[in-house]
Ligand binder design. Structure first.
Ligand SMILES: *Cc1c(COP(=O)(O)O)cnc(C)c1O
Length: 354
């Protein structure tokens, strides 16, 4: 198999999922396994199912299509485009929504397909990405949606810690409780799903502060085994489900400080350097197009990442006990952004270990 290569360990992934699902069950929460970080590869999504998630979720239609044969209900996580209403009805069972025009378009597509489509209304509780901000608009939309023949309102939800970086806390849970009660009072609606957020919300499970929440949509926590709000490891989880292997294409002793007047680098930034003298510099054949340097960590912890460009990673191999040579491979474990980029890059071979 060619390099660079990302290796996905399905046994470890399933273990992570089992641990997190069990953890969430203690507070009556069922898990939607979010597949976008690995581009919806069905073999990988199957490990989520085997690990006990109740639903799958993805933000991209292409990924939902790849998973169409998996026998489990699926969420469309990103607000649908009106132009994809037909596909939403065909490939997703539930979608997250905040726009009446879109919901009407989905209803029309559902009528044509002879199906009922379920929706969750998204509430913006301050992170300022998607969701209703005005209570009045929300109530009007619910009222109008109730008139649509092929749409079923199944829940409300929110998403935090994405755009605004707002940490989900008990006050946000209480707001969801308020909206749930409001729909009961105004429209006699009994919501089956209160979808409390993404991985950044799971810290509330341990604190037993999840209130009305009975669903979390989890990607990072399942794949990396980490709770992102306070960066705590999940119990009984692996941080190396995803690793990457890159090949060394040059090894030379060179200074660590560039020679000449420093202008812009390949990405238009003015770089800064520490002068550490002459070092053993190792160039690997992978770059920023395929990976994120800030979320990849060498398994040989004596190696440092100097930096790189679109197609190159430059490593400092001076302190390593291994005498790396051209053609040798270097392994890294990956966190979320690096996994996302490596799985998305067509230049990276995917190896799935069962
Ligand atoms: C990506 C996404 C998630 C999952 O996020 P993680 O941080 O990976 O858990 C959940 N909900 C929505 C709406 C998303 O877009």
């Amino acid at each position: 198999m060619s390099y660079p290569k990302i290796i996905v360990d399905l046994k470890k992934l399933q273990k992570n999922v089992e641990s997190v699902v069990k953890h969430c069950e203690t507070e009556g929460i069922f898990v939607t396994g979010v597949t976008k970080v690995f581009c919806g590869y069905p073999e990988i999504a199957q490990a989520y199912i085997d690990g006990g998630v109740k639903y799958l979720g993805d933000s991209r239609m292409e990924n939902l299509k790849k998973m169409k044969d998996l026998d489990i209900e699926k969420y469309m996580l990103r607000l649908p485009m009106i132009s994809e209403a037909k596909d939403i009805v065909e490939y997703a069972d539930i979608s997250l929504n905040s726009e009446l025009a879109t919901i009407k378009a989905i209803n029309n597509a559902a009528i044509e397909a002879g199906k009922t489509h379920k929706i969750i209304f998204m509430m913006d509780l301050g992170d300022l990405r998607e969701g209703f901000f005005s209570e009045e608009e929300f109530l009007n939309t619910v009222e109008e949606t109730l008139k649509l023949s092929n749409i079923k309102i199944v829940g409300i939800g929110t998403n935090m810690a994405c755009y605004g970086g707002i940490v989900p806390e008990i006050e946000h849970v209480e707001k969801l409780g308020y909206f749930k009660a409001l729909l009961k009072e105004k429209f006699d609606l009994d919501l089956e799903i209160i979808s409390g957020g993404n991985s950044a919300t799971i810290h509330l499970v341990e604190k037993k502060s999840t209130g009305v929440i009975n669903n979390l949509r989890l990607g990072e926590t399942l794949t990396i085994g980490q709770e992102p709000s306070y960066e705590k490891r999940m119990p009984n989880s692996y941080d190396d489900v995803f690793t990457v292997e890159v090949e060394i294409i040059e090894v030379k002793e060179k200074p660590s400080y560039p020679i000449g007047k420093i202008g812009k680098d390949a990405f238009g930034n003015i770089p800064t350097f520490d002068d550490k003298g002459v070092r053993k510099r190792m160039i690997c054949a992978m770059g920023k197009q395929d990976i994120d340097f800030g979320t990849m960590f060498p398994l040989d912890d004596k190696i440092q990442i100097f930096g790189g460009s679109s197609d190159h990673i430059i490593l400092d191999g001076t302190d390593s006990e291994t005498d790396y040579k051209v053609g040798d491979k270097v392994k890294f474990k990956l966190e979320y952004v690096a996994v996302l980029r490596a799985m998305t890059s067509e230049y990276v071979t995917k190896e799935i270990i069962k």
